[in-house]
Write a protein that binds this ligand. Structure first.
Ligand code: FMN
Length: 311
């Protein structure tokens, strides 16, 4: 079973993918955060730079598209294939209001005829392999049966199911009962995604659904970058590894953004998720939130690294 790193806009970009794979041995696949195919069909350089093969050496990346115009998505898949990618993932899961208001992401699940037309055009004009990452509905999980009927009309390379509805955003729990009930009706490999945070979760899910093609983790992997290794029976992250990882991210973002304050702001997002790896961080968490200057960041990180790791 593959262990896949979830796409997370603002976190799992090329700097993170490189650093994570280098220090922690990596995921079987890294799904890149979505890019929107531009209507004028001129690729946006900054977005494409993220996916350049030379910016992702040795990392198994699957690009993801977020769009609602099938022809435009098919064109973009062609561009990605010219860059050397084969499988491309389609996003029908993003719940953000600005995305769904335009009928994209999980907003695509509101109109299943439009979803069907979109997939029909994409498969007709671009061909496979194409996978889909989906939520189970807009308002209620009962919608998933009809959504699945649409997906089953196409030869999806894989269906990644995040069993929450759009309205839930990331609240509540992933609905594993609805996921389990839908599994027998899926005509393609299925990857489960949602609230996987411990090695025990991996073991339980693999035992429950041995036929899955993969398990995908997002927030759990940012909170513990050694999660996949631990799930395979390996060691938890050592302090030295965490130091190399977090310093590597900071250096990488400082170079990528050309600005230490921008890198610090990005690092705060990582620290917010992973500071729980250390014990007794309450005071330093507050300090981390407030700081702005590179020297303050470096001092605070040094202080955090004097604390013991939680075991
Ligand atoms: C900050 C953030 C950014 C995300 N960006 C994307 C994205 O670009 N594409 C996507 O399909 N899902 C995106 N997601 C959803 C995750 O891929 C994943 O489905 C979700 O976090 C649930 O998995 P988890 O419980 O393992 O975190 C994002 C989630 C978060 C919290």
């Amino acid at each position: 079973m593959r262990y896949n790193a979830a796409p997370m806009e603002g976190l799992t970009d090329r700097v993170w993918r490189q650093t994570h794979q280098h220090i922690f041995g990596g995921a079987d696949r890294y799904y890149a955060p979505f890019i929107s195919p531009p209507e004028n069909r001129i690729p946006v350089k900054k977005k494409m730079d993220e996916l350049l093969p030379e910016a992702n050496p040795g990392v198994p990346v699957i690009p993801q598209l977020l769009g609602k115009d099938g022809s435009c998505a098919a064109w973009m898949i062609g561009v990605l294939r010219q860059m050397g990618y084969t499988e491309v993932n389609l996003n029908f899961g993003c719940p953000s209001g600005t995305v769904t208001a335009k009928g994209k992401g999980a907003g695509m699940l509101r109109d299943l005829e439009a979803l069907d037309r979109f997939l029909d055009t994409v498969f007709e004009e671009a061909g496979g392999p194409i996978s889909v990452k989906t939520r189970i509905g807009v308002d209620k999980p009962e919608e998933f049966q009809a959504i699945l009927e649409v997906y089953n009309r196409y030869p999806l390379a894989e269906l990644i199911i995040h069993p929450r509805v759009m309205r839930q955003l990331y609240r509540g729990q992933a609905d594993r009962d609805t996921f389990a009930a839908a599994l027998p009706a899926c005509h393609f490999p299925v990857c489960y995604n949602g609230d996987i945070t411990t090695p025990q979760d991996f073991a339980a899910l693999e035992a429950a659904w041995p036929g899955l093609s993969g398990l995908m983790a997002g927030r759990g992997l940012i909170a513990d970058p050694a999660l996949f290794r631990r799930a395979r029976g390996g060691a938890p992250a050592s302090k030295e590894e965490l130091r190399a990882y977090l310093d590597g991210l900071y250096t990488g973002y400082t170079a990528a953004f050309g600005s230490a304050p921008a890198a610090i702001s990005r690092m705060k997002a990582f620290w917010h998720e992973c500071i729980g790896l250390f014990e007794g961080t309450e005071k330093l968490e507050k300090q981390l939130k407030k700081l702005r200057e590179p020297w303050e960041y470096e001092v605070t990180v040094n202080q955090i690294f004097t604390l013991p790791l939680r075991r």
